[in-house]
Every structure is written in structure tokens, then in C-alpha cells.
Design a protein around this ligand. Structure first.
Ligand code: B4P
Length: 187
């Protein structure tokens, strides 16, 4: 049983590491970014509402994202644990998640914070070339991250569940560091 939150700037490698770990541990990888991109591609009511925010590098409104997480965490496949990738992204979302997990009697085990230099973040996003990986949107996403998401580092540190990983290294080296850091938690 392992319940993890992955924190980090856009392009920090949260998704890359989450896919890998979820496969190894056979627990669901819940990426709000992936769910929102799928909703946009499907032109669902959620996708139609989310699209302009995502294209502009802004956060999608909390009420929409919190509702989708609440629904996803109520699915039976989450009983053996989960990795939340890209959620929470601000204090409102973090507080809602705290309340939700308390209600479900499911504490979060670890918040894993991936740190990467800004220059490398920009390089990685430009190389990935997703629709929201263009100069102007990247700049805005990094600003939003600084303003809204970085307070979560202290939030989880104060709760005593923060694990920091240097994400400046290769994918394999970061994976190795992640397993090492989580070992004591897994027992
Ligand atoms: P996300 O989908 O969460 O996008 P991200 O933060 O850019 O990706 P990540 O950190 O996972 O990077 P990745 O592993 O892919 O969000 C997109 C948008 O959705 C947001 O801007 C927002 O609008 C909306 N959204 C999502 N969640 C929300 C929420 N909770 N509330 C409101 N809005 C929300 O890595 C990036 C690239 O680097 C890849 O190409 C990868 O191959 C490469 N890479 C990874 N690790 C590497 C390494 N160690 N070395 C070299 N390259 C590496």
C-alpha cells in the first residue's frame, strides 16, 4: 500500500517517473494533466471548459480538478494505493485533498518533490514539444508554478512527509534515487 503525491515544476519529470513506478508497483498513475488532455481531445464538457486555461499555461479552475480527483480516487483500483501526478497544484487543492483523504481514511504516505534547474526544465519542454510547450506558455506555466505550487513544498514539509529528489540527473539516475528514497517507507 503506497499513496504518493508527485510535486515539481512543469517538465520536472513527474510524469516520466510516475509511469515507471506505477508499472513496477502495479498501482494507478493518476495524472490530472493526462486526464485533462484526454478530456480536451474528446471535447467533453470538462475538456471544453479546461482548454483555454491549458493553452494559456494557467491552472484549470480548482472546482473542476478537485471534482475529477474525487471521482477518480473513489474507483476500486485505488484501494492498493496510487500516485497523484500534478495534483495538488495549489493550497486550495491540497486542503481539499487532505479533507477527502481523511474522509476516506486514506492518509498520504509521501509527497515527492523533484527539483530541476529552470534552464533544464525549458530545454526538456521544448524538446517534448507538446501543444502547451511553446515559449510564451512555458514562461507562464513556470510563473504559475512559482506563485501557486511552490508553497506546497513547505505545506508537506511541515506535515513531515516531504521527500526531495534531485531531478537534474538522467531519467535512470532519478528513478534509482526515487527507489532509494522510498525504500524506508515501503519497509
Ligand atoms: P502536466 O501534464 O502536469 O505537465 P507537466 O507538469 O509539464 O509535466 P511533468 O513534470 O510530468 O513532465 P514530464 O515527466 O512529462 O500539466 C499540464 C497542464 O494541465 C497545466 O499547465 C495545467 O493547465 C493543467 N493541470 C494539470 N494538473 C492541474 C491541476 N492539478 N490543477 C489545475 N490545472 C492542472 O517530463 C517533461 C519532459 O522531460 C519529457 O519529454 C521527458 O521525456 C523529459 N524528461 C523527464 N525526465 C528527464 C530527465 N531526468 N532527463 C532528461 N529529460 C527528462
Amino acid at each position: 500500500m503506497m499513496r504518493l503525491i508527485f510535486l515539481g515544476a512543469p517538465g520536472a519529470g513527474k510524469g516520466t517517473q510516475a509511469v515507471n513506478l506505477a508499472q513496477t508497483w502495479q498501482i494507478p498513475h493518476i495524472s490530472t494533466g493526462d486526464i485533462l488532455r484526454q478530456a480536451v481531445a474528446d471535447k467533453s464538457p470538462l475538456g471544453i471548459k479546461a482548454k483555454s486555461y491549458m493553452d494559456g499555461g494557467e491552472l484549470v479552475p480548482d472546482s473542476l480538478v478537485i471534482a475529477l480527483i474525487e471521482e477518480r480516487l473513489s474507483q476500486p483500483d485505488t484501494r492498493m494505493g496510487w500516485i497523484l501526478d500534478g495534483f495538488p497544484r495549489n493550497l486550495t487543492q491540497a486542503n481539499s485533498l487532505g479533507t477527502l483523504l481523511q474522509r476516506m481514511v486514506q492518509p498520504c504516505d509521501r509527497a515527492v518533490y523533484f527539483t530541476v534547474e529552470t534552464e533544464a526544465l525549458v530545454e526538456r519542454m521544448l524538446a517534448r514539444g507538446r501543444k502547451d510547450d511553446n515559449g510564451e506558455t512555458i514562461r507562464r506555466r513556470l510563473e504559475v508554478y512559482q506563485e501557486q505550487t511552490t508553497p506546497l513544498v513547505d505545506f508537506y514539509r511541515q506535515q513531515g512527509c516531504l521527500t526531495q529528489i534531485d531531478g537534474n540527473r538522467s531519467v535512470e539516475e532519478v528513478t534509482q534515487a526515487l527507489y532509494e528514497a522510498l525504500k524506508p517507507t515501503v519497509g
